[in-house]
Write a protein that binds this ligand. Structure first.
Ligand code: RP5
Length: 162
């Protein structure tokens, strides 16, 4: 199976990345995690993206806050799918990161998930791999069914809880 590459701009983004890691682990998907900043370590970030396909990655996830250029900087250097997680924090509490991540110029796409959306970033990466991987697709389907059962159990209990 292809690996998922997860890059965060700072170790302060780790709580968000942890949710993505936990989700990939639960689906038994191999991953690699790095701290590379679009601004503080631009050479390392671009080198990682340029070599990602030959290194066996199938998609990349980039988590960054504030002037969040990491996902775009990775996307500029690979044709692998790149998923951006805008992280909350700073004076604008993530609105700056959301707009920086989502407003990519035509030609260099980044699939942007919600603020702090670590779980959905991992699930989207998994769904990309599952296009060519029937076993993984079955695992994703099973997770949907488990999640639905959880909601229905809450529904069954809500009347007696009120
Ligand atoms: C971004 O700036 C990082 O992704 C992080 O979300 C934010 C703050 O970084 P630190 O100052 O905490 O290292 O580049």
């Amino acid at each position: 199976m292809k690996k998922i590459g997860i890059v965060m701009g700072s170790d302060s983004d780790l709580p968000v990345v942890q949710k993505a890691v936990d989700t990939l682990k639960a689906l038994d998907i191999p991953y690699e995690v790095h701290i590379y900043s679009a601004h503080r370590t631009p050479e390392e970030a671009s080198r990682f993206a340029r070599s990602a396909r030959e290194e066996g990655f199938g998609a990349l996830i980039a988590a960054a806050g504030m002037a969040a250029h990491l996902a775009g900087a990775l996307a500029a250097n690979t044709t692998l799918p790149v998923i951006g997680i805008p992280c909350k924090g700073g004076a604008m509490d993530g609105l700056d990161a959301l707009l920086s991540t989502v407003q990519m110029p035509s030609g260099i796409p980044v699939a942007t998930v919600a603020l702090n959306g670590g779980v959905n970033a991992a699930l989207l990466a998994a769904q990309i791999l599952a296009v060519e991987d029937g076993t993984l697709a079955k695992r994703l389907e099973a997770k949907r069914q488990t999640d639905a059962r959880t909601v229905l159990e809450k529904d069954a209990n809500i009347a007696s809880a009120l």
